[in-house]
Design a binder for this molecule. Structure first.
Ligand code: NAP
Length: 344
């Protein structure tokens, strides 16, 4: 825990406080003592926070972490370094830094607050040419997409050039990250989105083919588009009834990286469909990245996006007071990342 509510002679900060596990509607904007950085930690004055569906899951007890209350959600963000804990080097007060995946917003207080303490090892500078907004929501989804794309090729390496990648929920945070990284790897990218408008944007971002997941004959349409190949890899954020369809378009040895389940539980699935083409399904857990492996993967991701001339996609920026509306936007289906401006 990073701090306590209204205690001591600390300065206080505004933060969205989670007092119970009753969901986003129960959050309240309150005042708490500033958190203090311990050894190896840094105090950030938050400029932007970014939202992830896991924040909402955690607020409803639908997530493995059960932090003590009050808790502060928010895993991603960009902030100005305000103070350094003991032993911190390589970063100076006044610099702007983004947060790579860490426990902020999971087991310790997160970024939906004016200040946040994070391990110095999890900080990254804003890549050249990116805005603070673009950085704020980028790390978690890009690291997730990177693991989803590379986990079948140990040690981490992208799929072979020219392979076919299918991305479900392609307009979302992980989806856009998968499209951008997939194109940087020379893959043919098939993107699924329920929205024609977002589908057009996905084409601009490099998707070779875009389909509505609810289209009749989805399987036939995808296979015709990528003929004579079939799909080599799926990054699946949606799950639900779509799983059966994405497995049906896999070629021999094709794989599914399971990232999320925005579409709910899989209603019925016959495992026999995996036998004959030796298909494999495997989970993705961005939390498996350590600070060291996050930094290594992040350096590779930034290099690839720079080479491809691509930057992260921001759906919109909400005011600090409008966090609940921002979560509403996330639930409705964004195009890229939903941000909250904290200050500046
Ligand atoms: N395993 C991990 O380590 C990890 C890491 C990050 C995220 N996740 C999970 O991955 C999932 C996606 O995360 P995200 O950040 O990309 O979320 P997001 O930004 O909310 O995007 C999800 C996208 O999925 C589509 N979608 C949403 N509900 C749907 C439904 N009922 N049926 C079909 N499509 C639907 C929407 O695209 P369209 O409107 O364009 O169809 C939406 O833009 C979440 O479940 C999240 O918790 C897991």
């Amino acid at each position: 825990m990073c701090g306590r509510e209204n205690l001591s002679d600390n300065q206080s900060m505004r933060a969205w406080l989670m007092d119970s596990y009753d969901g986003i509607d129960a959050l309240r904007l309150g005042e708490v003592d500033d958190p203090r950085p311990g050894p190896g930690e840094v105090l950030l004055g938050m400029r932007y926070a970014a939202l992830n569906p896991a924040d909402a899951f955690l607020s409803l007890r639908q997530y493995p972490a059960k932090p003590a209350l009050p808790h502060i959600l928010g895993r991603d963000g960009v902030g100005e370094v305000l103070a350094l804990g003991e032993g911190v080097s390589g970063v100076a007060v006044g610099e702007l830094r983004g947060i790579l995946r860490c426990e902020a917003g999971v087991n310790i207080w997160g970024t939906l607050a004016e200040k946040c303490v994070v391990p110095a090892a999890c900080l990254a500078p804003i890549p050249g040419g990116w805005s603070a907004e673009e950085m704020a929501g980028a790390p978690l989804v890009l690291l997730t997409a990177w693991q989803a794309l590379t986990q079948w090729h140990e040690p981490e390496a992208p799929p072979p050039h020219g392979a076919v990648l299918l991305v479900t929920g392609a307009s979302g945070g992980v989806g856009v990250a998968s499209v951008l990284l997939g194109k940087s790897m020379g893959l043919t990218v098939v993107a699924l989105s329920r929205s024609a408008e977002k589908g057009a944007r996905l084409r601009e971002l490099g998707a070779d083919f875009v389909f509505d997941p609810a289209a009749p004959n989805l399987r036939k349409a995808i296979l015709e588009a990528v003929h004579p190949r079939k799909v080599d890899l799926v990054v699946d954020s949606v799950g639900g009834a779509l799983v059966e369809q994405v497995v049906a378009v896999l070629g021999y040895g094709g794989k599914v990286s399971v990232v999320g389940r925005s579409g709910g539980a899989v209603p019925e699935f016959n495992t026999a469909t995996l036998f004959f083409r030796r298909n494999r399904i495997g989970g993705v857990a961005v939390g498996d990245y350590t600070p060291e492996t996050s930094q290594e993967a992040w350096a590779e991701i930034v290099k690839r996006l720079a080479a491809a001339g691509r930057r992260p996609v921001v759906d919109g920026v909400f005011a600090l007071g409008d966090v609940k509306a921002a979560f509403g936007r996330l639930e409705a289906g964004p195009m890229g990342k939903v941000l909250v401006r904290i200050s500046g």
